[in-house]
Design a protein around this ligand. Structure first.
Ligand code: NAI
Ligand code: MG
Length: 359
């Protein structure tokens, strides 16, 4: 047969990560069952995360990246648990994978779904649809710096945390954003900066943006300070299409975007290595949500939407559209988890999405 089997590494990790990865797998397995043998998924699950740390003293084994390297994609839940310091768990697993596999583009769509009340009243009357493109390997999360415990005596500790901006790093994420803008109805890229205060890295960011923009005369551009962009997300979101930003700025803005759309639990994301030298990784934007983990009530839509992004990346865009249509049909029916004002369980929402998959 001409069946294509995609090899997917699942890393549920911690808290609700486990619940939402299981939900996403159920949806993909349902699609496989309906595909008439056209495609299938070979899953391998890795038990890495904070429990693994408790047992082994590391978040993932030393050869973890080698183990992941030959998969077609990685499907990730969320990492972080009160038993492990957050900087240890994040650097030890998620950032190690993203930096090790050169996932330099992090794509985070902000989806406004039917049947969900947005805290943004404008969303009632105006169609809103934008995507945050996050530089994902350098900037403020380059991991550069250090702590000096003794230099200034007791109580006088000093720490430096530097941001790294390279022209190559800025240029590739900006070109990615412009290419993405060309595929959208509104052909516009907004660059998020802070060059008034950060006169080295962010000025290089701005200069590179101007140079790259010259190659895309058909795409509208603007450059907006990050604080003003936060206000713009709330006041004039209809003006947004593609928003390109550095690692930290995009991290903050994409949480704001998904909160405006109704909940952090709705937001999907893709960590891409666009050259496809390494497997890309797909995960919801949210974290492990220890406050609701294990209760069966978390919202699986961010993770299921991330599975749709994975299918697009794997060359199955029509299957991805089916998942997104099923998500919309489900929220439109009013079948909602608690974070978006309903009382449906994770399982009920997942089953409804599967039922709503178009043929
Ligand atoms: P969080 O995203 O886990 O939770 C923030 C709020 O959103 C909580 O009230 C939570 O209940 C709610 N929420 C999150 N996901 C939800 C879902 N699917 N359905 C319904 N409600 C949901 O962020 P928080 O609390 O700051 O961090 C918790 C842990 O997660 C920390 O250890 C943190 O380091 C980690 N984290 C990991 C991320 C990742 O793996 N990519 C991203 C963000 C945080
Ligand atoms: Mg975040």
């Amino acid at each position: 047969s001409n069946q294509h089997r995609f090899r997917i590494a699942a890393i549920p990790a911690d808290g609700v990560g486990r619940e939402v990865v299981a939900a996403g797998r159920d949806v993909l397995d349902a699609l496989e069952a309906r595909s008439g043998g056209r495609f299938g998924f070979h899953w391998e699950e890795f038990p890495w995360g904070s429990d693994y740390y408790a047992e082994h003293g590391v978040m993932m084994p030393d050869d973890g990246l080698e183990k992941l390297r030959n998969f077609d994609a990685i499907y990730f839940g969320a990492v972080g648990w009160p038993t492990v310091a957050d900087h240890i768990s994040l650097w030890g697993l998620r950032l190690r994978i993203c930096q090790g596999f050169d996932h330099w583009a992090n794509v985070r769509p902000v989806n406004f779904l039917p049947g969900i009340t947005s805290p943004l009243r404008k969303a009632d009357t105006v169609e809103l649809d934008w995507v945050v493109v996050r530089e994902n390997t350098e900037g403020e999360y380059a991991g550069l710096g250090g702590r000096n415990l003794s230099a200034r005596g007791a109580g006088g500790e000093v720490a430096v945390q530097s941001a790294l901006f390279t022209e190559v790093g800025c240029e590739r994420i900006m070109r990615f954003a412009f290419d993405l803008a060309r595929t959208r109805t509104r052909k516009k890229v907004a660059s998020v900066t802070k060059s008034n205060a950060q006169q080295y890295g962010m000025v290089l960011w701005d200069d590179t943006f101007r140079r790259v923009a010259a190659d895309y005369p058909d795409v509208e551009t603007e450059s907006v300070l990050v604080d003003a962009m936060a206000a713009k997300f709330v006041l004039h979101p209809e003006d947004l299409s593609v928003v390109v930003a550095s690692n930290l700025n995009a991290d903050i803005l994409s949480d704001l975007g998904s909160a405006l759309a109704g909940s952090l639990g709705l937001a999907p994301s893709a960590n891409l290595n666009p050259e496809r030298r390494y497997p890309s990784m797909f995960e919801p934007v949210h974290g492990s949500a220890p406050d609701i983990a294990g209760m069966g009530i978390c919202n699986p839509i961010g993770a299921i939407g991330s599975a749709a992004m994975m299918l697009t990346h794997l060359g199955l865009p029509d299957e991805a559209k089916k998942i997104n249509a099923a998500i919309e049909a489900t929220t439109a029916q009013g079948l909602l988890t608690r974070d978006i004002g309903g009382n449906a369980s994770t399982k009920a929402v997942t089953e409804a999405i599967i039922k709503n998959l178009p043929d």
